[in-house]
Write a protein that binds this ligand. Sequence first.
Ligand code: ASC
Length: 148
Amino acid sequence: MNNMTRSGIIVALMAASTLALAEVKPSDAVEYRQGIYKAVKWNFGPMGDMVKGKQEFNAAEFSRRAANLAALSKMPLEGFIAGSYSGSTDALPAIEKDWETFAGIMSDFETSAATLAETAASGDMNAIRPAFMSVAKTCKSCHDKFKD
Ligand code: ASC
């Protein structure tokens, strides 16, 4: 690689990192993650009603929602940016202070949601119920530690 190529790459990398750092307003990050969690609830609610027998179990419908949840579970983490723990949010500053724990729970959310989606394909409520409860446990443990 010659020096011109090298400096071109360096300039491109600097531009990319500047872009990555710039322009995300904390209030936009709050709205983003709240939107994701609304979609999480939209799917998780009916699944919970089916698990609890409040709504008739429909295996295809449950499976569709579980797949949605598995995709959604990967999305909120990027919305937890610096400076986004005050104002219209219930997210506590503890998230920033104990990022490792927070990110660990979010990772458990992803893993358990993926397992729930796989299990849902079986259509067997006896297998689905504990898989659903594992996801609910990750929701609760995060709310207990990191939500006002
Ligand atoms: C829900 C919901 C949550 C979680 C949590 C699980 O249905 O709205 O926040 O489950 O209660 O313990």
